[in-house]
Write a protein that binds this ligand. Sequence first.
Ligand code: C2E
Ligand code: MG
Length: 764
Amino acid sequence: MRLTDMGMGTVAEGSVSTSDSRTERTGRDPGTDPGEGGPDAPAAILLVDDKPELLDSLHQLVTLHGYRPDKALGGQAAIEALGARAYDVVLLDLVMPGVSGHDVLDFAARESLPCKIIVVSGDASYSGVKHALHRGAFDFVKKPYEASELMATLETALRQCRLEADNARMAKRLEESEALHRFIVNHSPDLIYMLDRHGCFTFLNDRVESLLGYRREELIGRHYSEIVDPEDVERARHLFDERRIGRRAASNVEIRLKSRRRSQGDRVFQNHVVWAELTAMGVYRDPRERRREGFVGSYGTARDITARKEAEEVINFQAYHDLLTRLPNRALLRDRLSLAIAQAERNKRKLAVMFLDLDRFKVVNDTLGHTVGDRLLKAVANRLRSCLRSGDTLSRFGGDEFMLLLPEIRTRDDVVVIADKILDRLNAPFSIDGHELYVGASIGIAMYPEAGDREEALIQNADVAMYHVKGQMRSGYQFYAPELSHQFATRLSMERDLRAALAQGELTVHYQPQVDLVSGAIAAVEALVRWQHPVEGLLLPERFIALAEETGLIAQLDDTVQRQAFADAARWRSHGAPELRLAVNVSAVQLAQDNFVQRFAANLDAAGLPGSAVIVDITENTLLRDIEVIVPRLKALERLGVTIAVDDFGTGYSSVGYLHQFPVSALKVDGTFVGDIRADDGGAPVLDAIAAMAGGLRLSLAAEGVENQAQLGYLARRGCGHAQGFVFSRALPAGAMSRVLAEDPYRALVAAQRRSAAAASEVL
Ligand code: C2E
Ligand code: MG
């Protein structure tokens, strides 16, 4: 082992002696001699001469000084020795037969041997010395040599070796330490950087590539703002450019960086935002003395917290949004509303809150399923969005309820325009999964400050106003007024009472006769529900049907009425009125129930009433709701023998073109058209048109709300088969109806009517 091989700080010094072939040698170890503090290594010295006696004496001399040199007799032996192992110093004779000292020098140069060669030669000519030095000799000692001069030269060469070894060792250590630090820095999960005093990068670790998609070299010398998201550049100024140190320096500050990294799914490079937590500090030439002139730049680390931020954003979004429509939810709306109120108060402005409830959503959801229901809600949300201005907030409150916040309103008229626009948009049909769906909306409006100056009051009052619209049974809007609150409270108690009424059997059925306009016989009776309210007395359907529909209680109500009416009708048929038929009203909600047909059939069975004795009254608007669901149900009823009649015909929004799609066999003209018939002029054009249409479609025609003889006569002339109304009788309790059926009292009236009609036509 040579002195120069000892450079590795990591190599154990003990290994020197064991790996060294000359461990048998004893005596003074000159390796420590130079005093440079290097490791304890024996010097490897080779003595070369072609004369054995000179070689021996040289050996003796060097050994005498405590070294353990090797000997090579002649140039060839020297080359072999140099090839076999490494030497620190070679004492080389120049003039040798065969392979000369010059050849050995050439060999050493060729092989780049690091040993120091001291030429010991009698050829002291200038050219000889120059030649030797030129070929890489370290020094030259003239033969015959002075022992002290030779040893001094040898020692100098050895010291030189030692110095070089120490240097190499230090360089190696530095290199290793730097490699280690570079490794640590580059494998840091954080971005590490240094900026100069102008904010330009002087150092970046490798992390910048994976984090931001820049190569380090691209950024060196560039200003830090190039990697900061434009939104955060202002904030970044006080962060990246940190001049403070210690606890006051920026620590874990969140900031958005710009990344060019290709993220999953991207086909091209594009900018992304990377959220980072930045920690920075100033760097000073002398950290103890933080003077402006001593400021070198700043050092910082940036930790990628994008995943955490994204998770936070998702959680935040979920907390404040409705995930189906992605609209703000109740919590966010309340937040924005309280802000808007504060602003309106400051600016002395108005604002409006609109509570919007879809009118027929429940039916769609119940009949076509939640997937269609969800799609419909999304489509509604989109239409609503298109009605709003940028400062407005549309939120979903849950179910089919939406809330709109309209700040910066000047007058009520502004709100009316928006409400009309919304109703218009929502009244147009929605096409969802091949279904054409109609949903209207009921809108309640509360204005700040008239309807309240706190968010709860405004929301609640908009709700109250909305409920008022619901009660009107058609799409529309209503501004809140204090008297509505009272009505609302009444409604709530009515709802509670109605539930109780259903449970306690407070609902009864009255019957109104339908008279055959040819024979005057009672062809049918219509079952009409009544509520024997414990406090308010007998209530008519107009007081509670709308409420029952909204709350869904109507299905139970219809079922109750039908069971009662089927039993009464079956009794009448078996006691003197075998041909009597029964008309029952079926609501959209009842019809939409999955087991509707089965229950209806079971109720008929239970009463022993044949389906052919029953007429089902369905309003025009119910028919149009969900054709796909309703048509098969009506067909199933028809198979039971039931007749389907379109009730309140002429009041719906629909065209008549749809009628042939339904298994409908009768039309009931609404009482309002019958009311158009006046004794004086006799003209009722809508009724005439309906009568003509019923004739054309071969549908039987009945009229309701017939109040006088003139109307009766007019209807008879228009070919109306049956009539129902006060002209004959109001709706009666079952007992009274039994008596009327027994009396069969209308034949005379109808006959008189026919006679007077015939007389009139004779006169004409
Ligand atoms: P509707 O099916 O059109 O029933 C006819 C309504 O007209 C009845 O009102 C009846 O009393 C009234 N009426 C009869 N003749 C005359 C008349 O000459 N002049 C006037 N002005 N009105 C007359 P009612 O009993 O108050 O029922 C109102 C509505 O409530 C019914 O209209 C029907 O749509 C609904 N309804 C009644 N009972 C039930 C029921 O059991 N289930 C369902 N789903 N709805 C029902
Ligand atoms: Mg009816």
